[in-house]
Write a protein that binds this ligand. Structure first.
Ligand SMILES: Cc1ncc(COP(=O)(O)O)c(C=O)c1O
Length: 615
């Protein structure tokens, strides 16, 4: 088992390491049976007395450890009963350990012993009043002074869905009161970039909101979209749509998957002026507030980056969703949502967010996940945590990788802009490293295959012309050495291919074929391309046609079609299918990418609407 040592916390908080952490942090309390007369609420009340806002505590981790130690006869779910009922003879997480210790039962790694349900002393995620409440309060302080923080066990996906549901619900209720039309729905618009993650599109389907798409800045050389220009896109859209109080929310994505950070402060001021709440999908930016921007040369993060790098909460966003599992050390699926302290964040908004979270999350949240969120916060909040030092070390490693790749290989690296484009791209996350493959005869997908097969180097995001790598608090010097060596070998391969003409140019052709249709440059989001809103389309009668059938072009899609990663849909329910979109999607498949969200991932068929409502 990988132990989680207090002295050196640079390694990621792996699931099993977490258990070491749980053990190390168990407060020593006598294991005594609960007296018969004691009510279920007692342990929580006792908890409330013992714990204040002390960042060196880890409330969920401590409560979980104590609970696991005192349970003698588990008659609760999960059925594996603290690991005892798991399959025998399988490797990996199922591998039995220390069998000699226990002759009758196979002893399991501690992670299974901490997979407990909502017994009284462990609190309740949806009505927290004990360790979960305390852990969320500590996180609210650590992550920049949130009014309220919610722990999420279904990723940022749950946060984005709940934020949209809550704000559209609030908008509907206020609008109905205002117009004395109680019970009858009004139109709720949401302003958002066309290149949002599919969770936002699913949030539109669930909430029934009508999207107003904002065109992001598109860089054709790299085939990458950045943020949204604030004056030319966001302000214009607010002026056009918000004056009639039809806008329920603005949702922005910052940083993007490639690390482009927007000027959220400027966007937040603008939204406040129009009294429209701002949601920031900061799935890729949970670490931003803890970076040391000055340790990097401005060339690595951008001239205006220091303010933008403080994170969306500090810059005035109303709801901020962060994937703690992506850039910090929580286990996959773990995320947080923070509510800001602006005037629009009132008790009704907080209540609606809490209630929406119950719609989109399991009623049996996993305590190992919750404890890992608590552990990730502890790393950054406690003076003993070492998490900030680990992030600063990661910054230095990423800067070293960039320097060596530029000096020793011919591959270009995505740079922060010299002149920020209207607030759309004011800084670049120093831990995100995007390498270009243009001019090599290889697509990013081809290069990814070589790096994996021949060097064991795994990128986070391969794309048509790029490979994006995420450096993090668990990254090591050797990882950087491996990466640089792999790109040097790739350069030799490319050279050899060019010299003897053996380089297969299919990748190059496919990538230029893909850039024929820059899908999110605003053309697709132009008026008329949406036949109806995503929710209407989702519930409208539909049929499946072959993608070679000429009737497909001009029909509205009934499904979300989404290259993955990055999980940004190319077709939404209700959006008109064009020749260019089909060519682009087939280009994704032919360059080695995959397509999700649709009924046929090989794209032989596609589901289209049978009839379409006029907008
Ligand atoms: C911009 C963006 N938002 C939201 C999400 C969803 O995050 P999660 O995987 O934590 O649910 C992702 C996932 O990649 C993303 O890239």
């Amino acid at each position: 088992m990988i132990a989680f040592s207090l002295g050196r916390l640079e390694a990621p908080l792996l699931l099993l390491g977490l258990v070491g952490f749980i053990k190390a942090h168990a407060f020593v309390a006598p294991c005594r049976p609960r007296p018969r007369y004691e009510s279920a609420a007692r342990p929580l009340r006792r908890w409330a007395r013992e714990h204040g806002a002390d960042q060196s505590k880890s409330p969920i981790v401590e409560a979980l450890s104590l609970a696991a130690a005192r349970i003698k006869a588990p008659f609760f779910f999960p059925g594996h009963k603290m690991g005892r009922g798991l399959p025998v003879g399988l490797p990996g997480p199922f591998a039995e350990t220390n069998t000699a210790l226990n002759k009758t039962r196979v002893h399991r790694d501690d992670v299974w012993q901490h997979d407990l349900p909502e017994i009284p002393e462990l609190d309740n995620l949806f009505a927290p009043e004990g360790p979960i409440r305390d852990a969320e309060t500590l996180a609210a302080e650590t992550f920049g002074g949130a009014q309220r923080t919610w722990f999420l066990v279904n990723g940022s996906t749950a946060g984005v869905l709940a934020a949209l549901l809550a704000l559209v619900r609030r908008h509907q209720q206020e609008g109905q009161q205002h117009q004395a039309r109680s019970g009858r729905s009004i139109q709720s618009k949401v302003l958002l970039p066309r290149n949002v993650h599919k969770s936002a599109i699913n949030g539109l389907i669930l909430s029934g909101a009508v999207p107003v798409f904002l065109s992001p800045v598109y860089d054709p050389a790299w085939d990458i979209c950045h943020g949204v220009p604030i004056e030319s896109a966001l302000q214009q859209a607010l002026e056009e749509h918000a004056s009639g109080s039809e806008v329920a929310a603005v949702l922005l994505v910052s940083p993007t998957y490639h690390g482009a950070v927007m000027d959220i402060e400027q966007a937040a001021l603008l939204c406040a002026k129009f009294k429209v709440p701002l949601i920031v999908d900061e799935a890729h930016g949970a670490h931003l507030a803890f970076l040391e921007v000055e340790v990097n040369e401005p060339g690595n993060v951008g001239p205006l980056a220091s303010r933008a790098m403080t994170g969306a909460l500090a810059q005035g966003a109303d709801l901020v969703v962060q994937s703690t599992h992506k850039t910090l050390t929580a286990v996959s699926q773990c995320a947080m949502m923070h509510a800001g302290k602006g005037p629009l964040v009132d008790s009704a908004m907080l209540e609606f967010v809490g209630s929406a979270l119950q719609l989109v999350q399991s009623s049996s949240p996993n305590y190992v996940l919750l404890a890992s969120l608590d552990g990730a916060r502890w790393q950054l909040g406690s003076p003993l945590g070492g998490g900030r030092a680990a992030l600063h070390r990661a910054q230095k490693l990423a800067a070293k990788a960039k320097r060596l790749l530029l000096e020793e290989t011919p591959f270009p690296i995505l740079k922060p802009p010299d002149r920020p484009k209207g607030g759309a791209f004011v800084g670049l996350d120093p831990l995100r490293l995007t390498v270009g493959t243009m001019g090599t005869g290889m697509s990013g997908f081809d290069a990814d295959e070589v790096l994996i097969e021949e060097h064991g180097v795994y990128a986070e995001l391969p794309a048509s012309r790029t490979l994006t790598f995420a450096v993090g608090p668990g990254s090591e010097e050797e990882d950087i050495d491996c990466l640089v060596a792999a790109f040097k070998a790739l350069a030799t391969l490319v050279d050899k291919g060019k010299r003897d003409g053996s380089q297969d140019m299919a990748g190059e052709e496919a990538s230029s074929f893909m850039t024929d249709f820059p899908p999110f440059d605003g053309k697709q989001a132009a008026a008329g391309s949406l036949k109806c809103g995503p929710r209407d389309a989702y519930f409208t009668a539909s049929e499946v046609l072959s993608t070679n059938d000429e009737r497909v072009v001009g029909r509205a899609s009934a499904e979300t079609v989404c290259p993955y990663p990055p999980g940004i849909p190319v077709l939404l329910p209700g959006e008109i299918i064009t020749v260019e979109v089909l060519r682009f999607l087939k280009g994704v498949l032919s360059t080695g990418g995959s397509v999700t969200g649709c009924s046929d991932p090989s794209l032989g068929k596609i589901r289209v609407l049978c009839w379409e409502k006029e907008k």
